[in-house]
Design a binder for this molecule. Sequence first.
Ligand SMILES: Nc1ncnc2c1ncn2[C@@H]1O[C@H](COP(=O)(O)OP(=O)(O)OP(=O)(O)O)[C@@H](O)[C@H]1O
Length: 289
Amino acid sequence: MTRPPHTPPAAGAEENPPPVLEVTGLDVHYGPRRRRRQALHGVSLSVAPAETVGIIGETGSGKSTLARAVLGLVPASAGSILIDGENVTAHRDRQWRALRRRGVVQYVFQDPLRSLDPDLTIEDSLVEPLLVRGVARQEAVGRARTLLDRVRLSDGLLTRLPGELSGGQRQRVAVARALITEPRLVVLDEPVSALDSANRVQILEILKELGASGVALVFISHDLGSVAGVADRVAVLYRGELVESGTARDVVGSPRHAYTRLLVGSAPTLRGARTDRARRAELRELLDA
Ligand SMILES: Nc1ncnc2c1ncn2[C@@H]1O[C@H](COP(=O)(O)OP(=O)(O)OP(=O)(O)O)[C@@H](O)[C@H]1O
């Protein structure tokens, strides 16, 4: 069922606002029929307005597949995806383009060069999503300056090309570009993995501020330490299945699934939560059994 966006709650309905993202029983497969391989098994996830949900899991657990499915880049083979109340599960390319043009959902990838055109100045990259919506250039540039300030960059960078910026600066521009359309939802796939620790901390601080400002964030990372400081809730993907989810405090403080215990025990940035090598081997054995 497709709900119109921002539907007011019915009389007597719960006061909780409807989720910005609602994924239910999602399966995704890759490959042609005979070599078909399942990457996601019945994943269900809901993200409320202004909520930051972290998705963690090791390499190959299906994190990027979940991001791609939410962005319409891989099709669902079962289940449903609702964005801001709109059922996008069976959207065709044309409908996805329309949804993206409205700027409801945006993304930031690990490599900012994937979201920034190397031949466009930072100013042109930032204003382009607004110009295609009919916003006047002067107003769009004003908004670009405000957003650069929000990601702690000087507007002196507006005339530069992405190749003239450091990796950390580029990623902050990518975050600013994702925000320029005032999206309801931003999906960030490993946004800090390629950065050095100083830049990582800065981006994590910026993400934390964003979460507080009202946009819903899905923050994907293999590093529980990065996610735990930013996310309100954490969901753990293991071999394509969501095996555990809860508040960041609960997942880190009292992980229930053996895989989560392993992740918490091996997270280099979670002080005091480290598990010794023998215990980690034991947990691995349990998972392989
Ligand atoms: N385009 C594709 N074609 C076939 N199989 C794929 C494709 N993309 C991913 N897979 C497979 O789907 C599974 C999940 O991959 P995915 O990239 O979603 O994992 P991930 O958790 O994001 O891993 P990483 O952290 O390494 O990016 C893996 O087994 C992977 O090999």
